[in-house]
Ligand binder design. Structure first.
Ligand SMILES: [Zn+2]
Length: 193
């Protein structure tokens, strides 16, 4: 009887040890994950230069209505083109002849006239990203210009490939060469008219 009990106790002790080892392993893995997640977040965080004022994205116009959100990963139906494609920018309805302003400081890389997209201004932003302003009727800057946050880039117009939206700005943002949703960087609300 005694030996039976001691056997049972040994078994119990072994199970308790096994449970403890398992629990420690789970806690260890969880802490490991949390630490690595924190580390990768820290690695992505921009280095803050306290000697300069922090520049943030500004709106391309004070008055606007969001006509169509960006869809950089999923296909959406583009009625003017009668086809499904990604919508690589955000469409903001602006008043006729409204000024379109730079959302960040930077350098004008390209000013071009496109049959489908109207006047297009591409600006290399000083944070390494690129802003592309499409559906303009005219440009107020030229290639090589250094522009401040809020500087007038051009006058809003229309573009053939999105003619169903009327007068509007089609704004694209690229980070590391890839389209990103401008709404993630620019504080747009659905209707600000
Ligand atoms: Zn658009």
């Amino acid at each position: 009887m005694k030996s039976y009990n001691s056997k049972l106790n040994k078994k119990n002790v072994l199970s308790v040890v096994a449970v403890l080892v398992f629990a420690v392993a789970v806690i260890g893995i969880t802490i490991g994950f949390a630490t690595s997640a924190n580390q990768s977040q820290n690695a992505d965080a921009p280095v803050l230069d306290v000697t300069k004022p922090v520049e943030t994205f500004s709106l391309p116009s004070e008055k606007y209505t969001v006509l169509k959100e960006a869809s950089v990963d999923k296909l959406v139906y583009m009625s003017s083109l009668n086809m499904w494609k990604t919508h690589n920018g955000i469409d903001l309805g602006l008043e006729e002849n409204a000024q379109v302003k730079s959302v960040f400081s930077g350098k004008v890389k390209k000013v071009e006239q496109s049959t489908l997209e109207g006047v297009v201004v591409t600006v290399e932003l000083s944070n390494g990203m690129t802003a592309i302003y499409k559906s303009l009727s005219s440009a107020s800057v030229k290639e090589g210009d250094k522009i401040e946050n809020g500087a007038v880039v051009g006058i809003v117009g229309t573009m053939l490939s999105e003619s169903d939206l009327g007068t509007h700005l089609h704004l694209e943002l690229k980070k590391d060469g890839k389209y990103v949703d401008p709404a993630e960087f620019i504080n747009v609300v659905s209707d600000n008219k």
